[in-house]
Design a protein around this ligand. Structure first.
Ligand code: ATP
Ligand code: MG
Length: 571
């Protein structure tokens, strides 16, 4: 927003209402930040972004955009041991993919190390910080519990001079890792454990991905985060609920330092059923080879979700639908999938592909003849036009679309039964060929030439329409079918001594290597999304090679037949 010409706060807005938006509207009315809205997305570069981060991105970028404000991307890189440039790069790529732009406002908390150090010295000088020699274990003992006050450190009353000298020597590298810390002098009896003289700086002789070996003392996240927001003059510092208890500490730091005070607002983090979002556990899946990598299409990472074929529009719509609140819940994975289907339904081109092929020979179709039939690219979008699909004497259909002994309510192909071939002709099954194991390997049929295009001039009806691919024109491809990565709604909920990996779904990936695809799919671009008619949404995987496309199933269509079959079996 241009501060000299702010949008009037009572003007109708586009975004969905929520309590954070209400706070911003209120602040715009009262002029709290002179009409500014400036948010930030502050990931720690210690892993790949996941679907939970999409919610935070949607909030921070979405709200600022709605009010003509700005959003910074800031890497909160205060922990040199777990952070890597690989993560920084992938985070930036995924923020852009989701459709958000930090423009020229890319920051790193590590760029503020000199300023943070100066502020630490300032707090020592005002008697608000001290160097403590307790070991980590001793500090835990002195800390007290939720019901018991803590004990003051024996080093708490060192003189300012001694603290300044020791802190300087910490920085100069004179002491080993973990031997001393710099702590804020607040209140060891505070009901809030975060206020019991929290550590501000620790000694760590570690290479930092950006500052190299310049520093051997590093600020704690809590000493860096609030001040970084202050330096960037963030107005609304939006974070997840677990930081509510840290807010008094962030407030204390900026007040003691007498610097600009952003307003922190906490919201509920996103949890999804059948999904795990802990970066540590996701790393474990990758490192132990339990998935094919950070971008495995079964992963809840944005890289995985993108590869799976979920669209940024669907993710943003999902975030808008779930909203924000002050209590943490768990959202049904089905809701996310609903938004993906809704979006893909609008944009995905329809094509025909046969995943588990069964050969069909049309005995009365002349050998060597072929023709092209018109097929609609997207019934939801007339502008997508039509295409030509080749037809010939030998076709493939899904094994599932034929039954020698059809159960009740099965209306697809079976001996003597007539069905419609999508966009083509009526087809009647005459006989079958079996292999030595008694399995049907070939179906012989006749077609009715008068039904070209899929309608009978005499008005007779068929109860099923099935898809097909002409055998001689088919492109062979690999298709990867995915199911939930976990079998339990809450995969982290395990018995003591057990690991969340016990809940991994052993059938989360099925690879079909000889799918038959209509020829238009030979030129499909990596990432392109299609609806394979009657089967679901599929997208082109980067593993595709010339002549052999690889497809990921994004999601099946809602399969009502499968439900009927299941119900009938249960009877
Ligand atoms: P860590 O466990 O490493 O602290 P984190 O999930 O907090 O991981 P960050 O990289 O610190 O990850 O997150 C960046 C931003 O995304 C933070 O503002 C954080 O609150 C937000 N965020 C992280 N997970 C979720 C989630 N599940 N739902 C909503 N926001 C989230
Ligand atoms: Mg975090």
């Amino acid at each position: 927003m241009n501060p000299s010409n702010p949008t009037p706060p009572d003007e109708p807005r586009s975004g969905p209402s929520n309590f954070i938006r209400d706070i911003i509207l209120d602040d715009l009315k009262t002029g709290k930040f002179q009409g500014r809205v400036h948010t930030r997305f502050p990931p720690e570069p210690n892993g790949y972004l996941h679907i939970g981060h999409a919610k935070s991105l949607w909030l921070n970028f979405g709200l600022a955009a709605e009010f003509g404000g700005k959003t910074n991307l800031r890497f909160d890189d205060t922990n040199p041991e777990k952070e890597e440039t690989e993560y920084v790069d992938s985070i930036m790529e995924m923020v852009h993919w989701l459709g958000y732009d930090w423009e020229d406002r890319l920051f790193y908390a590590s760029d503020y190390f000199p300023q943070l150090h100066a502020w630490a010295v300032q707090l020592i000088k005002t008697g608000k910080a001290y160097v403590c020699d307790l070991t980590a274990e001793e500090m835990r003992q002195y800390r007290g519990t939720l019901t018991e006050a803590g004990q003051e450190s024996p080093y708490r009353h060192r003189s300012v001079e001694e603290n300044l000298e020791l802190f300087e020597r910490m920085r100069a590298g004179e002491f080993p890792d973990g031997s001393r810390t710099l702590r804020a002098k607040i209140d060891m009896a505070s009901a809030n454990l975060n206020m019991r003289d929290p550590v501000m700086y620790r000694i760590l002789h570690a290479e930092h991905h950006r500052t190299g070996d310049t520093w051997c003392i590093y600020p704690m996240y809590d000493f860096a985060h609030g001040q970084s927001d202050s330096i960037e003059r963030i107005t609304h510092s939006i974070c997840t609920l677990e930081f509510e208890d840290h807010r008094p500490l962030y407030d204390w730091y900026v007040e003691q330092l007498g610097i600009y005070h952003p307003q922190q607002i906490e919201f509920d983090r996103l949890n999804l059923t059948y999904t795990m979002m802990s970066k540590r556990k996701l790393l474990q899946l990758v490192q132990n080879g339990l998935v094919r990598g950070w971008d495995d299409p079964r992963m809840p990472t944005l890289a995985g979700i993108r590869r799976r074929g979920f669209t940024p529009e669907a993710l943003r719509n999902f975030c808008a639908a779930i909203g924000v609140s002050k209590t943490t819940g768990i959202v049904e994975l089905g809701l996310l999938e609903h938004h993906v289907r809704e979006d893909l339904n609008k944009r995905a081109l329809r094509v025909m592909a046969v995943l588990r092929p069964l050969k069909v020979v049309i005995d009365n179709y002349p050998e060597g003849q072929e023709e092209e039939l018109d097929a609609v690219n997207n019934p939801e979008d007339a502008s997508a036009g039509t295409r030509k699909v080749p037809f010939s004497r030998v076709l493939y259909i899904e094994q599932d679309d034929f039954r020698e002994d059809p159960p009740k309510q099965y209306f697809r192909l079976s001996p003597g039964r007539e069905v419609r071939l999508r966009y083509a002709y009526f087809l009647t099954c005459a006989s079958v060929v079996k292999n030595e194991r008694g399995e049907v390997v070939e179906v012989h049929c006749t077609y009715d030439p008068a039904t070209r295009g899929g309608n009978a001039p005499d008005g007779r009806k068929v109860k099923a329409t099935i898809h097909w691919v002409s055998a001689q024109h088919a492109v062979e491809g690999e298709v990867r079918l995915y199911d939930n990565l976990f079998t339990e709604e809450n995969p982290s909920d395990v018995a003591e001594g057990q690991d969340f990996t016990v809940n991994l779904n052993p059938n989360s990936l099925e690879v079909l290597t000889a799918a038959k695809l209509e020829p238009s799919l030979l030129e499909a671009n990596v990432g392109a999304c299609y609806q394979f008619e009657r089967l679901g949404y599929f997208c082109v995987d980067p593993d595709s090679t010339a002549g052999k496309p690889v497809f990921n199933r994004t999601l099946p269509l809602k399969d009502t037949w499968a439900k009927i079959e299941k119900r009938d079996k249960a009877k």
